[in-house]
Design a protein around this ligand. Structure first.
Ligand SMILES: Nc1ncnc2c1ncn2[C@@H]1O[C@H](COP(=O)(O)OP(=O)(O)O)[C@@H](O)[C@H]1O
Ligand SMILES: N[C@@H](CCC(=O)OP(=O)(O)O)C(=O)O
Length: 381
């Protein structure tokens, strides 16, 4: 049976769990890292942008510090993570260098993804790294988080990163073949789930907690991650990281692991989110040429077509686009704040840098982040 999800994906997030990365806590599994690096490099050469979310800092730190038992105190876990993270990124950098690829370390906290400005900065940095062919390697910034605000497991972080960069798919590599109808460690007769729709209550009932001593979330956090990823239209595959050539075989369309399918496409999900936004943060008035182009050509809105800016919005907020007469033409996620937008309105995009001193994007609103409102019905489409 063939599956097209990974074969068709342009942008992928791959998450590897602690048990795999650290050989069930016995120390970094250099062979496994080499295998994934070789496979990810091949995906990269095939034109896919890949972000790696890797756990294992605490398990590796414990190993390096000679700690047999996982400590309970948060500051000890954080100390272990700080030691282990060094080993982790060093090992990845070495493995990817053999394939001529650079890596970048990104450590994220909850606040980085809940604060709008930091969210957009993280997004821009990741997209910039991907456009340069660099492999970003992400983990939670364990050293600075407190128990209350921890992602806690990297499955959740993987899903948030999937949404952050609008990835088409999330691959979660773990120590099981995929999802079973119950935890196979406790129920040897549990049945393998080949494919299901992400986000259903039945899936959550099947999933249990962590199986190994080093993993944290178990299958439940993976199922919830798939639900979260599906919210932005991304599909999830849960598969064994020990399966030979797992990533290349998935990319060739082989049906390995459990596929949790999102019902809507990423673009449709984002556009629906914009359409559902009742409150707009500001208004842009467009000239006739821009109105016409948005309505008939499905293009992006450029600063040159904007003649007036109202409101006090931030970059990334939803704004409404109006005709001179005040009729809504479109709405979308704006790339510049209200102050910036006022300074660059009526201006060709190539002059943005000389006015602002930097360019975030050449468009005021990119067409992927824009929905046109039908003049007849006033409804978003
Ligand atoms: N329904 C299920 N199907 C498969 N594995 C399950 C299920 N419920 C619980 N598990 C457990 O989840 C474990 C994987 O999660 P975890 O230990 O957190 O690994 P990781 O470090 O890869 O995130 C498996 O080893 C398994 O024992
Ligand atoms: N940030 C932690 C990862 C948390 C964790 O254990 O995640 P996982 O093994 O994916 O369930 C670490 O690097 O140790």
């Amino acid at each position: 049976m063939l599956r097209s999800v990974i074969a068709d994906a342009h942008r992928l997030v791959i998450k590897v769990g602690s048990s795999l990365v650290t050989n069930d806590g016995r120390g970094l599994d250099h062979h496994a890292l080499q295998r994934w690096a070789a496979e990810i490099s091949a995906l990269n050469r095939a034109g896919k942008a890949v972000v790696l979310v890797s756990s294992g800092a605490i398990a590796e730190g414990m190993q390096r510090l000679g700690w047999r038992m996982r400590p309970k105190a948060l500051h000890e876990l954080q100390a272990a993570a700080a030691v282990g993270q060094m080993g982790l990124v060093q090992a990845y950098e070495t493995c990817f260098r053999e394939h001529g690829l650079r890596t970048a370390q990104i450590l994220l906290t909850h606040e980085d993804l809940s604060d709008r400005t930091r969210y957009l900065n993280a997004r821009s940095t990741l997209l910039t790294l991907l456009s340069m062919g660099v492999i970003p390697i992400i983990n939670e910034n364990d050293t600075v988080v407190t128990a209350e605000i921890k992602f806690g497991d990297n499955d959740t972080l993987g899903a948030l990163v999937t949404n952050l960069i609008d990835a088409d798919a999330l691959i979660i590599l773990t120590d099981q073949r995929g999802l079973y109808t119950a935890d196979p460690r406790k129920h040897p007769d549990a049945k393998f789930v080949d494919e299901a729709e992400a986000g259903t209550a039945e899936l959550e009932q099947m999933a249990g907690g962590a199986g190994s001593t080093v993993g944290t979330g178990g299958m439940l956090t993976k199922i919830l991650a798939a639900k979260r990823a599906a919210g932005s239209g991304a599909h999830t595959i849960i598969a064994s990281g020990r399966e030979p050539n797992v990533l290349s075989r998935l990319a060739q369309g082989e049906a390995i692991g459990t596929q949790l399918v999102a019902r809507t496409s990423p673009l449709a999900a984002r556009k629906q989110w914009i359409a559902d936004h009742l409150q707009v943060a500001g208004r842009l008035t467009l000239d006739d040429g821009a109105v016409q182009a948005l309505r008939t050509d499905g293009v992006s809105l450029l600063p040159v077509g904007v003649v007036d800016v109202q409101g006090a919005f931030l970059r990334g907020e939803v704004v409404s686009c109006l005709t001179f007469e005040g009729m809504e033409v479109a709405r979308g996620l704006v790339n510049y704040s209200a102050d910036e937008a006022r300074r660059i309105m009526r201006v060709p995009s190539k002059q943005i840098e000389s006015i602002l001193g930097y360019v975030d994007e050449p468009e005021m609103i990119h067409r992927d982040n824009l929905i046109v409102v039908s003049p007849a019905t006033g409804k978003a489409k």
